[in-house]
Design a protein around this ligand. Structure first.
Ligand code: PEP
Ligand code: CO
Length: 444
C-alpha cells in the first residue's frame, strides 16, 4: 500500500461493481472529453470542507448529509432541486436552533448517479438483462437498449451535475435561505403533524429572535443567513472518478473536483481493492461506509491506509448496521478506533441497515427502525467515549410514500400511492423533518 499512487493506479487492483462497456475505445474517447471539461468544485472549497469536518469531529459542529439514494436525470429540474435543498436547509435550521451547534450541510446531490447492485444481471419473465446501475451507466427501463452500458451517459451525468450545482449555488447566493424571506421556510406538505406544529413554533420564535436580535447570537445569525452547501456522491464508477481528478500544482495534490466529499460504499471497501487504492491518493475529505461485516482489525488497517497522517477531517466513517445489529457491532469498533488514537468523524446512516421487503415484495424501511438506530448510535458513542458528529440520510423534499410509519403513520397500502424511487426508499418531507427534531433532542 505504500507504493506510488497515481489517479489510475487503482487499475492494477480488483475493481468491484464496474459496468462492462462494449467498445473500450468509445469509453476512452469519452473519458478524454470529460477530463477537459471545467471542474464542478474547487480545491479551496474542498479544503474548507475538510477544515469544517475537523471542527465537527472535535465537537463544534454537526454534519447533515442527505439526498436521494440515486439521482435521476428526469429529476434534474428546478422544482426538484429546490425541494431537496429546502428540506435540508429546514432540517439544519431545526438542528441549529435546538442544539445551538453549527451544521455542515452536505447533499447526496450533483453527481449521485452510480449504484452498486447485488447481481450483475436481472431476470424478468425469463428475460435476462444487465442490472440497472444508475443513470450514469444505463437506463432503468427493461429493454436491451436501456440496459446496455452507454459511455455517453458519463458526459450526460457530468452535465446534469453541473446544472444542479449551478442552481444550488445561485439559490444559496441569492438569499434562498435568508431568514428575512420567511416564505422560503414554509412547509409545503406538512400540515397537521406534531413535527409541523413544532416547526411552526420554532419559526415564530425565530422570527421574534431575528426581529429583536435577543436570542440568536451573532455567530448563529451568520450561520443561519449564509448557507454553505457541499456536495457528495458515492465514488463508485472509477473510470469516471479518475477522469475528474485534477492535480493542483500549487496545492501539491490530486483532487476529485466533481464533488466535495466522495465516499466509498460498503460493498467496495476491500482493503486490497481498487476503490481504496483510488481514494487513498485524493486530497478530498472522504467517507467510508461501514456495515456489519467490518471487523475491528480490518477497520484500523483501512483507517491507516486512507488517512496515514491521522489528519482530522480527512475521514468520515458512516456506519450502517440496522437497528437490530448496531448494538452488536458499533461498541467494539468505536472503542478500538478510540483506543488507537485515530482521528475520524463518526456519522450514522440509519437507512441502509434497515431495508426490508413487504409481503408483496416492495423495498421499504420503517421509520421506527430508523429512529431506533439513531438513538442507539448516540448512546453507544457516548458510552464508548466517542462522539456521533453526523447523520447520513436518504430523503427527498417530496411527499412520496416509500418508508413506513412516521408522522402520518404510512402503512403497506400507502406505499402504492406514491412510490417513485428506482432504488432505495427515501424519507419523505415530513418524515425527514420529524427526524431532524429527534436528532436535535439527542444532540442535547
Ligand atoms: C448508498 O448509500 O446508497 C449505499 C448503497 O449504501 P451502502 O454502501 O452503505 O450499502
Ligand atoms: Co441507497
Amino acid at each position: 500500500m505504500t507504493t506510488h499512487w497515481t489517479p489510475d493506479s487503482w487499475q492494477q487492483k480488483l475493481a468491484q461493481q464496474q459496468p462492462i462497456y462494449e467498445d473500450p475505445q468509445e469509453v476512452q474517447a469519452t473519458l478524454e472529453t470529460l477530463g477537459k471539461l471545467p471542474p464542478l468544485v474547487t480545491a479551496w472549497e474542498v479544503d474548507r470542507l475538510r477544515k469544517q469536518l475537523a471542527d465537527a469531529a472535535a465537537g463544534n459542529a454537526f454534519v447533515l448529509q442527505g439526498g436521494d439514494c440515486s439521482e435521476s436525470f428526469d429529476d434534474c429540474n428546478a422544482a426538484s432541486i429546490l425541494r431537496k435543498l429546502k428540506v435540508l436547509i429546514q432540517m439544519s435550521l431545526v438542528l441549529i436552533c435546538r442544539s445551538h451547534q453549527k451544521v455542515i450541510r452536505i447533499g447526496r446531490i450533483a453527481g449521485q448517479y452510480a449504484k452498486p447492485r447485488s447481481a450483475h444481471m436481472e431476470t424478468r419473465d425469463g428475460v435476462e438483462l444487465p442490472s440497472y446501475r444508475g443513470d450514469i451507466v444505463n437506463r432503468s427501463g427493461f429493454t436491451e437498449k436501456d440496459r446496455r452500458p452507454n459511455p455517453d451517459l458519463l458526459l450526460r451525468a457530468y452535465e446534469r451535475s453541473a446544472l444542479t450545482i449551478n442552481y444550488i449555488r445561485a439559490l444559496s447566493e441569492g438569499g434562498f435561505a435568508d431568514l428575512h424571506h420567511p416564505e422560503n421556510w414554509d412547509l409545503e406538505f406538512v400540515r397537521n403533524t406534531p413535527g409541523s406544529r413544532k416547526y411552526q413554533e420554532l419559526l415564530e420564535r425565530l422570527s421574534d429572535a431575528i426581529r429583536f436580535m435577543e436570542v440568536v447570537s451573532e455567530a448563529e445569525l451568520e450561520q443561519l443567513t449564509r448557507v454553505d452547501f457541499f456536495t457528495s456522491h458515492e465514488g463508485l464508477h472509477l473510470l469516471f472518478e479518475q477522469a475528474v481528478t485534477r492535480t493542483d500544482q500549487r496545492k501539491r495534490g490530486s483532487y476529485n473536483l466533481s464533488t466535495h466529499l466522495p465516499w466509498i460504499g460498503d460493498r467496495t471497501r476491500a482493503i486490497d481493492g481498487a476503490h481504496v487504492e483510488y481514494f487513498r491518493g485524493i486530497r478530498n475529505p472522504i467517507g467510508m461506509k461501514i456495515g456489519p461485516s467490518m471487523a475491528a482489525d480490518e477497520l484500523l488497517d483501512l483507517i491507516r491506509v486512507l488517512n496515514p497522517e491521522n489528519e482530522p477531517g480527512r475521514l468520515t466513517l458512516i456506519h450502517r448496521f440496522g437497528a437490530e445489529q448496531i448494538g452488536a457491532h458499533l461498541p467494539q469498533l468505536a472503542d478500538s478506533v478510540h483506543r488507537a488514537g485515530l482521528n475520524v468523524l463518526w456519522s450514522c446512516d440509519p437507512m441502509h441497515g434497515n431495508t426490508q421487503a413487504t409481503r408483496s415484495g416492495i423495498k421499504t424501511r420503517s421509520f421506527d427502525d430508523i429512529t431506533a438506530e439513531i438513538i442507539s448510535a448516540f448512546r453507544i458513542h457516548h458510552e464508548a467515549g466517542t462522539r456521533l458528529s453526523g447523520i447520513h440520510l436518504e430523503l427527498t423534499g417530496e411527499d412520496v410514500t416509500e418508508c413506513l410509519g412516521g408522522p402520518a403513520n404510512l402503512t403497506e397500502v400507502d406505499l402504492q400511492r406514491d412510490y417513485r424511487s428506482q432504488v432505495d426508499p427515501r424519507l419523505n418531507y415530513e418524515q425527514a423533518m420529524e427526524i431532524a427534531f429527534l436528532i436535535a433532542e439527542q444532540m442535547k
